[in-house]
Ligand binder design. Structure first.
Ligand SMILES: C[S@@+](CC[C@H](N)C(=O)[O-])C[C@H]1O[C@@H](n2cnc3c(N)ncnc32)[C@H](O)[C@@H]1O
Length: 248
């Protein structure tokens, strides 16, 4: 069991902050750019793709687009998702898991709120950090936020729910249990048919495990410094014997 403490703040190549564990030589984000990596992997190749296949309702009849984040950490992915969802007529329900939350001091030193939306979402960013674990908070009418202080293994995830999963755990070398067949099978069960799991990781063993759990994979180009990333889609897998039209 690793102990995730003694984090230090670091500036990445695009000027945005990340955290670093010297003990494990592990960063929360790419040193080539925390902000640019999150925008690329989770927003452009994750959120935007998943939202396209989701039929949003009108303002009066909003459909809920559920997102699960494995590892809330600095809150950067949640902040970017909030920014993106404000321009769409959908309602996002965002559930973030984080067993090792940042301290208030760490959050206050991050420059991420200033780097996104010209700082206009800073209040929302700090609300997401300050809201108690286990409480549902309306960050905006478009964005309902939940945060559980639980490791993924203990999280009672509802079945067939999430249209998008941000799998943003530490690297497989550091936390192999978060890239196992058991974990991906659990995530697959919690996802809606056609839902998308986005991750920065494109390691061969991870791809094989995702495939074994029934996902269809695509490998978009990665962010700066990485050849590719992974997008895994939960197959719709209709069973015509049960769900198809009945022929007379
Ligand atoms: C690579 S960092 C990414 C964090 C975050 N998405 C961000 O942008 O700052 C991995 C995160 O996963 C969290 N984590 C570690 N073990 C976990 C577990 N078993 N279940 C869920 N999250 C976990 C860590 O505390 C850390 O915040």
């Amino acid at each position: 069991m690793k102990h995730f403490h003694n984090r230090i703040l670091k500036e990445t190549a695009d000027g945005s902050h990340t955290l670093f564990f010297p003990e494990y030589n592990e960063h929360y984000h790419s040193v080539h750019g925390a902000l640019s990596e999150s925008v690329h992997v989770f927003i452009k190749e994750g959120f935007d793709v998943a939202v396209k296949s989701f039929a949003g309702g009108s303002k009066d009849d909003r459909k809920v687009f559920s997102i699960l984040e494995v590892g809330f950490g600095t809150g950067l992915n949640a902040l970017l998702t909030l920014e993106r969802s404000l321009s769409l007529s959908i309602q996002v329900h965002y559930l973030a898991l984080e067993p090792y939350p940042l301290t208030a001091g760490e959050v206050s030193r991050l420059n991420l709120a200033d780097k996104v939306a010209g700082g206009k979402l800073a209040t929302a960013f700090f609300n997401m950090h300050n809201t108690p674990f286990g409480e549902t908070t309306e960050i905006s009418p478009e964005f309902i936020f939940d945060k559980w202080q639980l490791p993924l293994s203990d999280a009672p995830l509802p079945p067939d729910t999430f249209r998008l999963v941000y799998h943003d755990a530490f690297a497989p070398q550091l936390q192999p249990d978060l890239w196992s067949k058991e974990v991906f099978a659990k995530l697959e069960r919690s996802m809606a048919a056609g839902g998308v799991l986005a991750t920065y990781c494109a390691k061969g063993s991870v791809k094989r495990t995702l495939k074994e759990c029934g996902f269809s994979l695509t490998h978009p180009a990665g962010p700066e410094g990485k050849r590719e990333m992974t997008r895994a889609e939960k197959k719709t897998n209709p069973d015509p014997g049960i769900a198809g039209p009945v022929e007379k």
